[in-house]
Design a protein around this ligand. Structure first.
Ligand code: PNS
Length: 165
């Protein structure tokens, strides 16, 4: 049976750190579903359709990577997709606590689903979508940290939202 892994996240927007994890997961699993979480409690910078579309463009060269979105519990989504593995990237020790909590809760909810952690490559270890947005909001350079085609879109969106400081 094909081993399907789900790589969930907010991806607001996707960074080169996320793409590093996707690329490496693609070398291990038969199929990787990058699943964008539709969080009803947060107002993202990019809406769901945009985040999915940006990811699709960023992973277009990987045949066995699919981009999708989900709402509700991650474990329910995995069951729908008949997937048994959640992939998460770990950047630093500071990620550990919240990741441990999420993985433990997911284990409690679905004991047959495993979370596996991949150490983010050191060149991306400090990257997150939040720090990208913060640097861009002060008009700092984010080139080489996110896909090239997203750079202008990011600045435009921050401007539209009056978030260029
Ligand atoms: O990119 P993020 O914001 O760190 O991703 C967090 C995400 C989407 C993986 C997490 O919030 C999640 O899985 N949410 C779905 C709701 C859920 O299943 N919650 C209970 C277990 S954590």
């Amino acid at each position: 049976m094909a081993e399907i892994a789900v790589y969930p996240g907010s991806f607001d927007p996707v960074t080169n750190g996320h793409l590093d994890i996707i690329k490496r997961s693609n070398n291990i699993f038969d199929k990787v579903i990058v699943a964008v979480f539709n969080n009803p409690t947060k107002r993202p910078l990019f809406d769901m359709e945009e985040r999915v579309e940006m990811l699709e463009r960023a992973v277009k060269d990987y045949d066995s990577v699919e981009v999708d979105c989900f709402a509700g519990l991650l474990t329910t989504y995995l069951k729908e997709k008949e997937a048994k593995v959640i992939v998460r990237g770990l950047r630093a020790v500071s990620d550990f606590e919240s990741e441990f909590q999420m993985a433990s809760m997911n284990k409690k909810l679905a004991s047959d689903i495993e979370t596996i952690f991949m150490m983010t490559s050191t060149e991306y270890a400090y990257l997150s979508s939040s720090i990208i947005k913060e640097v861009a909001s002060f008009e700092g350079c984010v080139r080489d940290l996110i896909p090239e085609f997203i750079v202008d879109r990011l600045f435009e969106r921050l401007k539209e939202r009056d978030q260029l400081l």
